[in-house]
Design a protein around this ligand. Sequence first.
Ligand code: AHR
Length: 492
Amino acid sequence: MKAKILVNKNFSIGEIDKRLYGSFIEHLGRAVYGGIYEPDHPTADKDGFREDVADLVKEMNVPVVRYPGGNFVSGYNWEDGTGDKSKRPRREELAWGVIETNQVGIDEFQQWAKKVDSQVMLAVNLGTRGPQDAKNLVEYCNSENDSYYASKRRENGFEKPFGIKLWCLGNEMDGEWQICHKTAEEYGRTAAEAAKMMKWTDPSIELVVCGSSGPGMGTFIDWERKVLEETYNNIDYVSLHSYYNNIDENTPEFLAKSTEMNKFIKDVVSVCDSVKAKKRSNKTVNLSFDEWNVWFHSRNDHVERWSVAPHQLEDVYNYEDALLVGCLLITLQNNADRVKIACLAQLVNVIAPIMTENGGKAWAQTIFYPFSYASNYGRGTTMNAVITSDKYSTKHFKDVPYVEASVIDNKEKNELVVFAVNRSLDEDAELETCFEDYGKVTLIEHVELYNDDLKAINTKDEENVSPVNVPLGDDLTATLKKHSWNMLRYKY
Ligand code: AHR
């Protein structure tokens, strides 16, 4: 099969905000306890954080990490996770039916974020709590005043404010599984008032309002419209969440699911802009795709109720999951004009690229690799490339191109970076690239992720899926193997 990418230096889609490569740590399963934090682990630092995990997170180059939930946040008292650890309460945690020990809270998490060179994206509880508690948390984290919550922070040993700039106004408030789920009207009003109080406390913060928990929600679009009509002037981004699965064991259909993500993004952009027009506003609300991933392998797990940090949602990802994650990243990059923030959900153990064993090893799952390369090399401007390849159709998707690709111009490095997935299960693609107005362009690197077995996995002892460098030819053409993920770097 032949495929072609045509890029002209003058035609771009938009600047990639580095926060497109964010991730997410929720108080859920072993994400925190046994994941990032394990004081008895041989690699634990003086604060109890695992160095082996921190090293893998740094390798992924994650600029922002959403915290502390997720469903968890809708029942969370943030004060429980501050101050003297020996006095912190053990709580019955209703979102996931476990006991929360509160040994990690915002005091510790912001330290961990610094350790891994990241920023915190902090969610407030708009389920069981409300605007006043949200305001108090902003004061605790960001205020330099001689005031109650800023002084509490100083008493807890943090003289300087944490300086948290990005905040989520609750989580998935449209979902009836959410603790204190709300209607769009109820949530819109609460979010608008919380937003005002939070920004009055610190005008430099940015706020993400909850959109739908997925495009399959019955209230999708009406929810966004109503919530945005209430909050438009007070917020900066609207959230999108979506998880993808291969429950039907149909790989061509599964690999086409990034087109569903693309449609979801376009639909949310439309509703944002229609509210903008209705309000005669000059302000543009952009998108925060702050939960996305493949999620289904762990769906039949049994978790013991009221246990502490159980094995929960520990999806073991296979090679075809990595291919879809590659396609989803390409989709996010190709929507860089409107999607400014995105969080791979999640980061460690819970539906995550990094797995650990308690007291033992930490390792990279298959999906670790497309993410790391995208985050490390996918920085700059997404180009408006014309990509042509053969297409296929499935029951749910029509005219899916076999080759899915993005082209990013990194002007600081004079580099063009192509991310490309060949979705064909039986044919290699000969990729021709044509870069107009760039002068001489040279292919300098071709990294490939490939395994003949679509179900291959990585374990603590065996790395079956990992990238390799492909020897380069004399010209700009490259072979994209059947069902492979690729990164091609060019110098100009
Ligand atoms: O990421 C796991 C869960 O998925 C989150 O807690 C929730 O927001 C979503 O439903």
